[in-house]
Ligand binder design. Structure first.
Ligand code: C2O
Ligand code: CU
Length: 486
């Protein structure tokens, strides 16, 4: 069970032990809090125009072929938006997608924003039809590494490339020698025909998802990033794939995790981190000496798969022990565990649910009616909300009291991994029954097969918040729900 032991490295106490392992001075992350929240808005207003359209492109990883990508910008297939904490984003989305009825929206993944800015069609805003526009206007309350993607027909829209990166600056104590963004994702392509293949398959939806056959980092098959030699460099690594879970590691250089899903952690040595769809990890890597190289790899396969070559460039520097600077602490509210209400959620397939139900006649009945709809395959607490749009809205999975602390017991009742995502809030990850977890926060966390993970948070953001698996085909075939904070 190599992924289990490597995933989050060591026990809660592990952070302390690992800090020492980094030859560290015991610098603590909490020692350097952020300034108080920038509210009311004190920063700039940053205008952003996103024009969703088909723009044929030949990314380096497409082996010379031009594909009918969907993207937000004429300038680049992947907009990277960098703002400062306190800045207001003023966004106009234009839908110019080439197909009648292909509505869209933008979801700002991981941002704790007001509910009506969250970009989920029908649930919080009208869908944006071709020819229409929509305005988003919010001040992100947290620093960190985020991304945005549509929340409509996501397997296809994301599959064709419709996404962007959002970085909120203001979390560094001193700048690192470099700050590079590495976007990992696959593409489903017939390279001979130069065409996308099916973005979803029934077989894939019922299993771990339909994998891409062309892998990439920043659109390149063999990405190379030049870093100032022997210096401590920040790498913001994002898994923006609809399907693939990776295990990110650095071969040939020292590396530490400094943030998870945008929220600072006390730095600890990276020895493989499971990064599911939509998850982010920020690293500090000691760059190789001039001319030397190291590799960012995915260790999840039989052989480590190289994703990015990290090359040392510039003048040599005298050797120094690796003692990466932490980031400033995040500002996620601390849940009150003594007063928290506990809610249990089980993520499973209809088959798993049937097996668990055994001969309980009532359970059999409920499952029987679920099975009538052929598309429904995945469930949360035996309930299934399938569909690539969200036009038919079920009742909320749970109604939470605004301002109250909750402990969620998240159980994976299936034999597959599920990266579970909550909108509008960030979980504090408390414990797992299968592995020792380094303390961290997450808006998306992997549940291993059979695993139960406890998380806690303050339900302080009113509205209707999606709660779903981020393997998009699982989401679209039922493992999707919403929570209402009222
Ligand atoms: Cu990035 Cu509802 O998801
Ligand atoms: Cu899933």
């Amino acid at each position: 069970m190599r992924t289990v032991t490597r995933r989050r490295f060591m026990a809660g106490a592990g952070c302390v032990a690992l800090g020492a392992g980094l030859a560290g001075s015991g610098r603590g992350v909490a020692a350097v809090p952020l300034a108080p929240p920038a509210n009311p808005h004190v920063g700039r207003t940053v205008p952003l125009r996103l024009v969703a359209a088909e723009r044929p492109r030949a990314l380096p990883c497409f082996a010379g072929k031009t594909l009918p990508m969907w993207s937000f910008s004429d300038q680049t297939w992947l907009p990277v938006v960098r703002i400062e904490l306190g800045d207001r984003l003023d966004v106009v989305l234009d839908n110019r997608l080439p197909r009648a009825g292909e509505h869209t929206s933008v979801h700002w993944h991981g941002i704790r924003l007001p509910n009506d800015q969250d970009g989920v069609p029908y649930l919080v805003q009208p869908p944006v039809d071709p020819g229409q526009s929509h305005r988003y206007d919010f001040v992100p309350p947290d620093t960190g590494t985020f991304w945005f993607h549509t929340h409509c027909n996501t397997s296809e829209q994301l599959g064709r490339g419709l996404m962007g990166i959002l970085i909120v600056e203001g979390d560094t104590i001193e700048p690192y020698a470099a700050d590079e963004t590495i976007v990992l994702r696959d593409w489903r392509i017939d390279l001979d025909a130069g065409a996308f293949t099916d973005f979803t398959t029934e077989r894939g939806a019922h299993r771990a998802g339909t994998y891409g056959n062309v892998r990439s980092a920043n659109g390149m098959a063999e990405a190379e990033v030049r870093l100032p030699a022997s210096a401590d460099c920040r790498l913001r690594v994002l898994n923006c794939d609809p399907t693939r879970i990776m295990e990110v590691a650095v071969d040939g250089a020292e590396a530490a995790v400094i943030a998870v899903d945008g929220v600072a952690v006390p730095p600890f040595a990276l020895d493989g981190w499971l990064l599911g769809p939509a998850m982010r990890v920020d690293l500090v890597v000691r760059a190789p000496a001039p001319g030397a190289s190291a590799r960012l790899v995915d260790r999840r396969g039989a052989e480590p798969l190289p994703l990015v070559r990290l090359v040392g460039a510039g003048a040599p520097r005298p050797p120094a022990p690796f003692d990466p600077l932490p980031l400033r602490a995040g500002r996620i509210p601390e849940p009150d565990l003594s007063a928290a209400e506990t809610l249990a959620f089980t993520f499973a397939s209809i088959q798993d649910a049937a097996a668990v139900a055994g001969d309980d006649p009532l359970a059999q009945l409920a499952i029987g009616s679920l099975c009538l709809a052929r598309e429904e395959f995945w469930t949360i607490n035996n309930l299934s909300w399938p569909g690539r749009d969200h036009s038919v809205i079920p009742p909320p999975l749970a109604v939470l009291d605004r301002g109250r602390s909750y402990l969620f017991r998240l159980k994976n009742g299936s034999r597959l991994h599920h990266p579970i995502h909550i909108h509008g809030h960030t979980f504090k990850v408390l414990r797992s029954d299968q592995q020792a977890l380094a303390p961290h926060h997450a808006d998306t966390l992997i549940l291993l097969p059979g695993e139960t993970v406890e998380v806690a948070f303050v339900a302080d953001n009113p509205g209707r918040w999606m709660f779903h698996c981020h393997i998009i085909e699982h989401q679209e075939s039922g493992m999707m729900s919403f929570l209402e904070v009222a």
